[in-house]
Every structure is written in structure tokens, then in C-alpha cells.
Design a protein. Structure first.
Ligand code: ADP
Length: 486
């Protein structure tokens, strides 16, 4: 695995969970997995065990010269990780943050080049190199154009696109710096040339052209990327390479999220002992100072980002507290203005005993919210996969979601799905507007108030779903097998 994130040492979003979770699953299935990451100064070093120098003075060719790197090795909760530390004026990974700099393309193009150089010099010859998102998308290009001729002719690449919105773009000078010396060749439309700006190299487009296989994180999002604007301009490239493109649903970590043994919740429970979920609802109310009452608890857990349908989260909050429900929000945003708005809302609702807003990132509280709530909402504008709804279901918490991306692949409507009743596990709505979410919420609240036995049947259906890494792990292994023999 070559990636810019891995949970929990370097985590910004779902990408980190996937790199860690998939690596663990592949090891359980008997594969040897090593992860190559940048050595960020802001990593959680307390999650790395036995950090030591693995390679001193790795000279990585760059821009006509070279940059000296140290490669470190350490275990991250059992995973074998290598961390690349470049010694250069730019201090690529010594910025106090993972992302957000003007030379982002240089930083990660260099990291990608250094990862290959490390493999070459240390005689690592993996059957498969799995790369993730735009940060490592140049790897298949460099592998086939440079490193295949330098001693790595048999390696094969699977590239996963977690978010089409960020594709990695740069001028041809960066390709030259990385060792791709004939800009005319690489900037052509069938390689890295951006479809909308011919003077720009698009890293993700390069990965689509050069990788042996390309995935995104759910089957429905794979369709959306090809057939709607959600491909952010890459629809044509995906169409050209459709035979090697597929959506593979992410999994969630079934050890970390397990209501039977979770020590962060008020009382462990199973589907057979579903009545103990109530103890968690009481615990959640107590923790957040909500009044004890005969009302369902609706929750939102997630980033406060326009992608997540912020106006609908706000609308749902008021709709719930005016229609016989309590509402809990746990979220934080990277934009100051958004956090400010939600702080205002919190202040406005401070005295309301049926609602609590917790603005910030709190892993421990998230467990109690998933365990104690009756419903979670995920009204996203777009959602490549989404982990929240899968985690909620594991805790018998019914998802109310917009029918997009991975949400559509994992949630099947209680009233309208054509699946058998035992496989229905939530409520869906189509339109990204107030009427849309109200229609689903009203059905959800109606069931909770009107037919508790049916609601519990639905909640235990959720707990019976299997969204572990088991299925996706098998699918990735079959993709690796498929490309390994080519
Ligand atoms: P995305 O990757 O777009 O952020 P996902 O649904 O794929 O969304 O993953 C979100 C993950 O982050 C879930 O595990 C969720 O529980 C967690 N999470 C998001 N916001 C918070 C928060 N404020 N506190 C605790 N956990 C959070």
C-alpha cells in the first residue's frame, strides 16, 4: 500500500480507515502487506511501535538533482509501515498539518517517486502495489515509464479513487522533475493531459490510463462517476477504460465497532438482547443532559462540510424537535464560517432539553451516540461510500439517508425496497431538499411511535447486515489475482 494516510497515525478521513482496515484484512487472508507513508511531523507517533531507521541516505532523483531521504520503519497496531523522510529545503512533510499547502502536487509527486525508489533499492518486489487517491496516482505512470526498465518489470498496480473532486493537477515541469522527460508524450489526451486544460497534467487521469485496475469505493458511485457530473470531468477516461474500472464497497472495522464488547458505550448489547440498547439511550441522554422522555433520538455524526447536506441537517434538527423526537449532533468542520454557524445554532438551542449539539471531533462520544440513538441521518449531496450509516447499523441504529453513492448500496428502504422484508434496513429519500428529508423522517418517526415491534424488527435487521471487510477483502484479492497474471 502506498498512501498519504493510514489510521490512526495519519488520519484525515475515510481514506485512512480503508488503508488500515484493508491491509489488516489482506494479512488475515495470508498476504504479506507493507504500507509506505510520508513521515509527517504531525503524525500520532504514540501509535507507532518500535520506530527505527530502515534505510539511510536513500538518494531520490528529483528535478535534475536528487533529495536525500531517511526511511523509517515501525508497527502501527500490528501493520508494518515505512515512513519516508526527505531532507530538503522545502520540508515537504514538516508543516504541522497533513494537507493544505500551495505545493501539494510537488510534495506528493515526490513522495510517490521516493516510494518507488525505496522499493527498487531495497529489493522489494511486491506482486501488487495498491495506490490511493491523487496523492499517489503518479505511481503507475512512473512504474511503467521508468521503474519497469530499471528492475521492476513484474509489479502490477491497483489504484483506488476515494474522492473524484481532488485529482492532482500540475504543469509539465513537475513530470519532468519526477523523471518523465518527454512532456509532449505524457501531456497527450490519452495519457495525463487534462480533458479541460491541455496544458495541465492530471495525476488521476494518469492513474486511470496506466493502472492495471482502478476502483472507487462503492458500485453506485462507480456508476455516478461515469454517468453524472460526479466524475468531475473524468467520465470519458473512465468510459475508455471501463473494462478495468469497478466499484468495491468499503468495509468498517468490526473489532473497533462492536456493541457486544465496546467499552466506550454504557452497556454492551446484541440483537438477541436488544432491550439493553435502551440503557445506552439513557446513558447518552445523561451524558448530553437531554431530558428523559418517551421520544426517539435522531443523530448526526460527521464532518460539517457542504458535501454532507448542511442545510438538511439543520432542517432535520428543527423538524425532529417539533415532531416528537430528540436530536443530537456530533460534528466539526474545517471551515471557520461553518463551525461558527453551528456554534450559533447551539447557543440558540442551549435551553432546549430535547437537543444537543457537540461541535468538535470526539471518537469516544461517537461510540455512545451510535449505541444510544434510534436513527442517524446522512443527507449528503454526494457520498462516495459513507461509513457512518454502516457503523450505525452495527449498533442497531436505523439510517435515514439520501439515495446517493454508497448510501444507496448499503441502505434498503423499509417501505419501498423490492428486497425481502428481512433485508430492509432504513429509510431513503431522493431529493436534496426539505421535502425529501421530511418524507423519510416522517416515515421513520411514524414507525417508531406507531409500531414499536416493527421498529425493533427493522433495527435488528440492521444488526444482521455484514459490512465488515470480509466481502470487500475477498473482492480485492480477486482483483489482485486477476491483474497479477497479466
Ligand atoms: P468522510 O470520509 O466523508 O468524512 P465517512 O462517513 O466515510 O465520511 O467517515 C466518517 C468517519 O469519521 C466515521 O467513522 C465517523 O464516525 C467519524 N467522524 C466524523 N466526524 C466525527 C466527529 N466529529 N467525532 C467523532 N467521529 C467523527
Amino acid at each position: 500500500m502506498v498512501a498519504s494516510e493510514c489510521a490512526p497515525v495519519a488520519k484525515v478521513g475515510g481514506l485512512a480507515d480503508v488503508v488500515f482496515g484493508l491491509s489488516r484484512e489482506l494479512e488475515i487472508r495470508g498476504n504479506a502487506v507493507e504500507i509506505i507513508l510520508p513521515k509527517y511531523d504531525c503524525m500520532r507517533y504514540d501509535h507507532v511501535w518500535g520506530m527505527q531507521v530502515a534505510w539511510k541516505h536513500l538518494a531520490v532523483p528529483w528535478g535534475g538533482g536528487g533529495i536525500d531521504c531517511t526511511v523509517w520503519f515501525g508497527f502501527v497496531h500490528g501493520r508494518k509501515c515505512f515512513f519516508i523522510e526527505p531532507h530538503c529545503r522545502e520540508g515537504f512533510f514538516e508543516r504541522g498539518a497533513f494537507y493544505g499547502f500551495s505545493d501539494e502536487a510537488d510534495r506528493f509527486a515526490f513522495f510517490t517517486k521516493a516510494a518507488l525508489e525505496f522499493m527498487l533499492k531495497s529489493d522489494k518486489r511486491p506482486d501488487i502495489i495498491h495506490t490511493h487517491d491523487w496523492q499517489t496516482a503518479l505511481l503507475p505512470v512512473l512504474l511503467y515509464e521508468v521503474y519497469a526498465h530499471a528492475g521492476m518489470p513484474h509489479q502490477r498496480v491497483c489504484h483506488t479513487i476515494h474522492n473524484f473532486k481532488h485529482q492532482g493537477v500540475a504543469g509539465s515541469h513537475l513530470l519532468w522533475a519526477a523523471g518523465l522527460l518527454d512532456p509532449g508524450k505524457y501531456m497527450s489526451g490519452d495519457r495525463l493531459g487534462d480533458d479541460f486544460d491541455p496544458n495541465t497534467a492530471n495525476f488521476t487521469k494518469g492513474a486511470i490510463a496506466y493502472s492495471n485496475f482502478v476502483t472507487t469505493v462503492s458500485p453506485h458511485h462507480a456508476w455516478e462517476a461515469r454517468h453524472s457530473d460526479q466524475g468531475h470531468g473524468l467520465g470519458h477516461a473512465l468510459f475508455m477504460y471501463q473494462d478495468k474500472f469497478r466499484g468495491v464497497l468499503n468495509g468498517i472495522d468490526y473489532e473497533m465497532w462492536n456493541p457486544e464488547i465496546d467499552r466506550l458505550i454504557a452497556h454492551p448489547f446484541t440483537a438477541a438482547g436488544f432491550e439493553f440498547k435502551r440503557t445506552n439511550t439513557v446513558g447518552l441522554r445523561h451524558r448530553l443532559m437531554l431530558q428523559e422522555s418517551e421520544k426517539p433520538v435522531i443523530a448526526y455524526v460527521g464532518r460539517l462540510d457542504p458535501q454532507k447536506g448542511l442545510h438538511l441537517i439543520r432542517h432535520a434538527l428543527f423538524h425532529c424537535i417539533h415532531n416528537g423526537a430528540q436530536f443530537v449532533l456530533l460534528g466539526s468542520g474545517s471551515e471557520h464560517a461553518i463551525n461558527h454557524d453551528f456554534h450559533q445554532l447551539k447557543y440558540h438551542l442551549n435551553e432546549n432539553p430535547d437537543c444537543h449539539l457537540e461541535i468538535g471531533y470526539n471518537e469516544e462520544l461517537a461510540h455512545l451516540v451510535y449505541a444510544g440513538a434510534d436513527f442517524v441521518i446522512v443527507p449528503s449531496a454526494f457520498e462516495p461510500c459513507g461509513l457512518t450509516q454502516m457503523i450505525a447499523m452495527r449498533y442497531g441504529t436505523v439510517p435515514v439517508v439520501r439515495s446517493v453513492g454508497g448510501l444507496r448500496d448499503t441502505v434498503f428502504d423499509w417501505d419501498h425496497s423490492d428486497r425481502p422484508r428481512s433485508e430492509r434496513n432504513g429509510f431513503l429519500f431522493e431529493h436534496l431538499d426539505a421535502g425529501g428529508i421530511e418524507s423519510a423522517l416522517d416515515r421513520a418517526l411514524g414507525l417508531w411511535h406507531g409500531n414499536r415491534a416493527a421498529f425493533e424488527e427493522l433495527a435488528t435487521n440492521c444488526m444482521a447486515c455484514d459490512y465488515s471487510w470480509n466481502h470487500p477483502g475477498r473482492e480485492y484479492v480477486s482483483i489482485y489475482e486477476h491483474i497479477r497474471h497479466k
